[in-house]
Design a protein around this ligand. Structure first.
Ligand code: FMN
Length: 213
């Protein structure tokens, strides 16, 4: 079969499938569970699966936020983006399988002065190098300083996204997941996002040496 992505995006005829397969194919995507602070100090927490590591030394991550309509008080930016841009900091909490429901609960769109963390009954723990706290019980959290934010370019269409780039300045890791100086990623049981309402859990790994190393 062949899916016509351009037709699907325009929504003006049969694209080949009833739902866009894109997110089911570029999968699993890690989830950046982003905590940030409003300028007034309210903690904001929301998951983003358009999230990735994009460079190392220095380590850089990015998350991509949809511009919302109607625009509201921060020009259509989601709170995580507006806060990161205003304060210059965010924390990327990693989501383990046991936190999946809590993560999902924080995707609720609340007013800017209401905290999703509080709404989901989550405890927060101070970070070391940045002001936004991390979520208690996460296997790891990346403390980030914003280095840039820019619109995602494309050739026209209804959706608009912005990328927010953060340089990682410090990493919290639960000691239970560190063995012999290495992180046991599989033991963290990290949740990944697929398409539709599907998720994955990373609980198996294998090792392979790079040629010549
Ligand atoms: C697993 C998951 C992944 C999500 N990924 C994204 C994403 O990549 N970009 C986005 O704009 N919204 C994403 N959302 C929706 C946001 O979490 C939601 O709009 C949230 O309310 C934004 O919060 P904020 O306005 O406090 O930043 C996702 C939701 C879930 C449950």
């Amino acid at each position: 079969m062949y899916y016509d992505s351009e037709r699907g995006a325009r929504g003006d005829g049969d694209a080949g499938l009833p739902w866009n397969p894109f997110k089911a194919l570029v999968a699993p995507r890690p989830i950046g569970w982003i905590s940030s602070l409003t300028p007034a100090g309210v903690v904001n927490l929301a998951p983003f699966s358009f999230f990735q590591a994009v460079a190392d030394r220095p380590d850089v991550v990015m998350f991509s936020t949809e511009v919302v309509q109607p625009a509201g008080d921060v020009g259509g930016l989601k709170d995580s983006h507006a806060n990161a841009a205003a304060t210059g900091e965010f924390v990327c909490n990693l989501v383990s399988y046991d936190l999946r429901e809590a993560m999902n609960a924080t995707s609720l769109e609340l007013a800017r002065d209401e905290s999703e963390a509080e709404h989901a009954g989550l405890e927060l723990v101070p970070s070391r190098r940045v002001a936004p706290p991390r979520v208690a019980g996460v296997p790891a959290a990346l403390e980030c300083v914003v280095v840039d934010a820019l619109p995602v370019p494309h050739r026209g269409g209804t959706h608009r996204f912005h990328l927010v780039f953060g340089e990682v300045v410090g990493v919290y890791i639960d000691d239970r997941f560190v063995r012999d100086g290495r992180v046991d990623t599989a033991a963290m049981r990290l949740v990944g996002r697929l398409g539709y309402d599907e998720y994955s859990v990373l609980d198996r790994t294998f090792r392979m040496a790079r040629p010549g190393s």
